[in-house]
Design a protein around this ligand. Structure first.
Ligand code: SF4
Length: 198
C-alpha cells in the first residue's frame, strides 16, 4: 500500500520526475498547486492548465488547487525585489506554508516539493524550509534532491509538447532571465568576433 504524500508543484514539467521517483519509493503523490508568485496572471493560468492536463491525461495524479494569495506575495515577497536570496526564501516559505496547511487539512502525513528539480532554484534554502515548516506542522518532510533528473524532465516535457517557461515566475525573475539571455547573446557575438579577427 503506497504512502500518501502531498507534493507541492511549481509547474507541469518540474512534476514529471518527482512523481515518477516518489512512486518508485512507495509514495502516492497528490499534487498541490499554490503559486501566487507567477506573473502575469495569464502565465499563471497557462502553467496551471499545463500541469492539470498532464496530471489528468498522462500521470493520473490528483491535483488540489489551493489558495493563490497574490496580496500576501506582494506584501511578504515583493519588497525584497532584486535581492534574490531574501526574495526566494520568502517566496518558498509562502508556498510551502500553504502546502503544509493543505496537507494537514486533507490528512496527509508526508510532504515534498518539485522546487527541488530545477538547478535554477536555491536548493539548500528550499530544503531547509521544507524541513522546518513540515516539522512545525507535524508532517514528515520528504526532502529529495531531484536536480540530477532535470535534463530528463526537460527532454520528456518537450517530447510531450508541454509548455515550458523561460523564467521562474515573478516579474523580478522575468527581468533577471531576460538580462541573462542578453548577456549570453552578447558573449556569443563577442566570441565570434574574436574568432574572426584571430
Ligand atoms: S525567482 Fe522564483 S522562487 Fe524566487 S521569488 Fe521569483 S518566483 Fe519566487
Amino acid at each position: 500500500m503506497a504512502t500518501p504524500l502531498l507534493l507541492h508543484a511549481c509547474c507541469g514539467p518540474c512534476s514529471l520526475e518527482p512523481v515518477r521517483l516518489l512512486r518508485e519509493e512507495g509514495f502516492e503523490p497528490t499534487i498541490c498547486w499554490t503559486n501566487p508568485n507567477i506573473q502575469p496572471v495569464s502565465e499563471h493560468d497557462l502553467r496551471l492548465r499545463t500541469l492539470r492536463a498532464w496530471a489528468e491525461d498522462v500521470a493520473h495524479v490528483d491535483v488540489i488547487v489551493a489558495s493563490d494569495d497574490r496580496e500576501a506575495w506582494e506584501r511578504g515577497v515583493a519588497p525584497a525585489a532584486f535581492d534574490r536570496e531574501r526574495r526566494c526564501k520568502a517566496c518558498y516559505a509562502l508556498r510551502l506554508s500553504e502546502s503544509c496547511r493543505i496537507a494537514r487539512e486533507h490528512g496527509f502525513g508526508h510532504i515534498s516539493t518539485t522546487l527541488a528539480v530545477s538547478p535554477y532554484q536555491l536548493y539548500d534554502t528550499c530544503a531547509d524550509l521544507l524541513e522546518k515548516l513540515a516539522r512545525q506542522n507535524g508532517l514528515v518532510p520528504v526532502v529529495r534532491d531531484f536536480r540530477p533528473y532535470y535534463p530528463k524532465a526537460t527532454r520528456e516535457s518537450r517530447e510531450l509538447g508541454m509548455y515550458r517557461q523561460n523564467y521562474c515566475g515573478c516579474r523580478f525573475s522575468a527581468a533577471e532571465a531576460a538580462i541573462e539571455r542578453h548577456e549570453a547573446r552578447d558573449a556569443r557575438k563577442a566570441a565570434k568576433r574574436a574568432k574572426r579577427s584571430a
